[in-house]
Design a protein around this ligand. Structure first.
Ligand SMILES: [Zn+2]
Length: 756
């Protein structure tokens, strides 16, 4: 952007902020007493903004909306008759005396990072409305690494005028840092968990004492899972704050997610959008009870959000649970939204022990790392445990974590391009973690990975709303989109146009219904039509004109009824073809050899993997196949001894003669997890430090791209006194890399590195 443009932009922004009311014109804070179901339904239907606060619902109403309430004969009591006037009277800082400003919260976060650099990192997440910076604190040992540890997220301040959350969280961050190596419980938790503290989600609202962000949107109605246009939200994840928050959750797989509000004292867990309980309801109940009992509240009640009398769509908790399988809830800290400053510390101290308890509990249940059987590297996976909400793993580290109490469980692991595995009778003890590391052989199927957003106009309580039915291979378990409803789905891989269809949508039932398929490169679109379909149907990416897409939006065509079971198109699965090139007219042929160090001989029966295919060299070690054109890498594997990775560039019509010479290698099984490479910071940008856990000096270091092609090779890399090799990665393109080190004993070790 030009400097002048930036200046004009800033000027406009200042003018907008000053000229705009922070609340809607005439908006009031009103206690609404709901005395029967008809009144509750009326509130729900009219999409008024409010939250349960014990015996009443605290609503934010314009004079027009209040008139409707009065006409319905609903009892109410006005608490604040002009919110704009009240927030203006709070003074230039916008918040009462004794509370930290947003700048002070950031300053405390920064000082914790400076003073505790080994365990505390401040992560810049992006910019909120009003040019406000968004930051989160990560606390863990090896804080610059994403490790195989359970993650937990605490957030606060999504409603800017609810002041308790940020105060509570910044004190918790400080106590964790000070407690490291001083307090055994805290030290143990920091060593074995990844704790994220997102202390001020809506800094604009916090600065100006309003519930909303600078665009007047209630961010806790803007989340995509069962989004329904409440709280002035114009679309799922329409705001920068909610997009950034979503990305934090998509990238970090939190086992537990606690979102702090104030205005009552209550723990409210999913669902908030529907009356039926969740598949994990018993686990939510168990942990909420534990939080309540570990806390210092005389009585901290808990229950399902919807049945706390007030239904909402588009909440953070329904997204955290419905899309990602986290134990996800809101905790209302205090009856007053702005209690006197003298109460800030007592409120925090009521919560501290319960927060530590949740950090501990996040590590219990089933966990593991999912790897590819050939490279032994982590792969993205989808993990189902019984009928509970499924979870995804971290694609870089490969680890998954699902909270479960003691019991015996069935675990199903699905990964693109790999065989699905089912493990029966996996036993978990109470307050312990069972580790189930999974190594998957390659196969061809690739399917939808996770649901990011869904919308069913006005909800459909007659259908079970089983969004995870759309994931994984076809299994006759379906998610019904609802009349005119849609689902936005993350396919995990990038789809690229090629010969033939790229995806197949499965309905697999006796009553094929109509729908349309759109593609997008981001979870926010823009959505471009691939085509219309009925029942099971294949689609090509070409009509959209997109060169790549990772997200699909499947939308029901709007025929049929809305308030019945299975309303709308019934989505069983979406398969896709991993096809990075656009032409298959190339041919590759040659012989396969094994290099035994002293002699080279032919290696008949070598498996050659390229993209989704596998071909074999024959009894004379000869192979020939027709291949997609473009750049890709082939993996050649001979029994347990030979391995080669061959980057290839094949032009249309090209006939490539290529002899593959495999290096003798130790079987991959001996490259154990504890014999891997540590990389930090990861993701990295300019310089990355590499440390081999074998403790032997490395002879050579290979940097491979995600396809396995070597892009950089260093012989005899120099180590510093800490045993680290510093690597300049500033010239590398952003993306995923695999770092392979080979030490003088011939042992190799590897790790994944993300360059930003
Ligand atoms: Zn709130």
């Amino acid at each position: 952007m030009h400097k002048q443009l930036l200046l004009i932009g800033l000027l406009l922004l200042v003018l907008t902020v000053q000229g705009q009311n922070l609340w809607r014109e005439g908006e009031m804070q009103v206690r609404v007493y709901v005395e029967n179901q008809a009144q509750a339904d009326f509130l729900k239907r009219s999409n008024m903004i409010g939250e349960p606060a014990g015996a009443f619902i605290r609503c934010y109403l314009t004079p027009d909306e209040l008139l409707h309430i009065r006409q319905q004969g609903i009892r109410y009591e006005v608490e604040v008759d002009d919110l704009n006037k009240m927030s203006a009277s709070m003074g230039s800082r916008g918040v009462p005396n004794g509370y930290y400003t947003v700048a002070q919260l950031h300053a405390i976060a920064d000082s914790l990072e400076q003073n505790f650099p080994d365990i505390c990192k401040v992560v810049h997440l992006g910019f909120a409305t009003g040019m406000n910076e968004l930051k989160a604190i990560k606390i863990s040992d090896n804080v610059h690494l994403n490790e195989n540890e359970a993650g937990i997220l605490f957030d606060g301040g999504i409603h800017g005028d609810e002041l308790g959350g940020p105060e509570n969280l910044i004190r918790f961050a400080r106590d964790l840092c000070y407690g490291y190596n001083n307090d055994a419980q805290i030290t143990n938790l920091i060593n074995n968990r990844e704790i994220w503290i997102y202390y001020c989600v809506n800094p604009y609202g916090r600065k100006y004492m309003t519930r909303y962000n600078a665009n007047g949107v209630d961010l806790n109605r803007d989340f995509g899972y069962m989004w329904n246009g409440e709280g002035n939200s114009s679309g799922p994840f329409s705001q920068p704050e909610s997009k950034i928050y979503r990305n934090l959750m998509l990238n970090n797989q939190f086992v537990i997610h606690c979102s702090y509000h104030s205005g009552t004292e209550y723990i409210s867990y999913p669902w908030s959008y529907r009356a039926q309980s969740t598949p994990d309801a018993q686990h939510h109940l168990m942990l909420a009870q534990m939080y309540s009992q570990s806390s210092g509240y005389t009585n901290l009640p808990y229950g399902q959000g919807y049945n706390g009398m007030y239904a909402i769509n588009g909440s953070t908790k329904d997204f955290g649970y419905g899309a990602l399988g986290s134990i996800s809830w809101t905790i209302e800290l205090s009856v007053s939204k702005q209690p006197p400053a003298a109460q800030i510390v007592p409120i925090y101290l009521k919560n501290k022990a319960a927060m530590l308890k949740m950090v501990e509990m996040a590590g219990y249940g089933i966990q593991g790392v999912v790897r590819d059987s050939i490279t032994n590297l982590p792969i993205p996976a989808l993990v189902f445990v019984n009928d509970f909400m499924c979870v995804t793993n971290n694609p870089v580290v490969g680890d998954f974590h699902k909270f479960l109490p003691g019991g015996s469980y069935t675990v199903k692991v699905v990964a693109a391009g790999h065989q699905t595995r089912v493990y029966e009778n996996v036993v978990v003890q109470d307050n312990q973690a069972t580790t189930l590391d999974v190594v998957l052989p390659r196969d061809t199927g690739r399917y939808a990975w996770r649901v990011i957003s869904t919308h069913i106009a006005g909800n459909n309580p007659h259908d079970e709303g089983n969004t995870m039915g759309a994931l994984g291979p076809p299994d006759n378990i379906r998610y019904s989109l609802g009349k005119n409803g849609y689902a936005i789905i993350d396919m995990c891989d990038t789809l690229k146009p090629g010969n033939g269809p790229e995806i197949k949508v499965f309905e697999n039932d006796q009553t094929p219904e109509n729908y349309m398929v759109m593609a997008g490169a981001t979870p926010d679109g823009p959505w471009i039509l691939m085509g219309h379909g009925t029942g099971n149907q294949e689609f090509e990416l070409e009509p959209s004109g997109l060169q790549q897409a990772r997200y699909l939006k499947i939308k029901d065509s709007g025929t049929g009824q809305s308030q019945i079971p299975d309303a709308g198109f019934d989505l069983d699965a979406i398969s896709y073809v991993y096809r990075p090139a656009t032409d298959t007219s190339g041919i590759i042929e040659g012989f396969t050899y094994i290099d035994w160090n002293v002699l080279i001989e032919k290696a008949p029966g070598t498996e050659i993997y390229y993209r989704d295919q596998v071909v074999y060299s024959d009894e004379n070690a000869y192979f020939r196949f027709q291949a997609d054109t473009g750049s890709f890498a082939m993996d050649a594997i001979w029994e347990m001894y030979g391995y080669a990775n061959c980057p290839v560039h094949l032009s249309p019509q090209q006939h490539l003669y290529l002899n593959i010479i495999m290096e003798w290698m130790e079987p991959v099984e001996t490259i154990a997890a504890n014999n891997s490479i540590t990389l930090y910071p990861n993701p990295g940008r300019d310089k990355v430090a590499i440390k081999s856990l074998t403790n032997n000096p490395l002879l050579s270091l290979l940097l491979c791209n995600a396809q396995g092609a070597v892009v950089h090779r260093i012989m005899n890399p120099q180590m510093n006194v800490d045993g680290e090799i510093l690597l300049n990665v500033s010239t590398l393109k952003p993306g995923l890399y695999i770092v392979v080190g080979i030490d003088e004993t011939g042992k190799s070790a590897s790790g994944k590195l993300l360059i930003q």
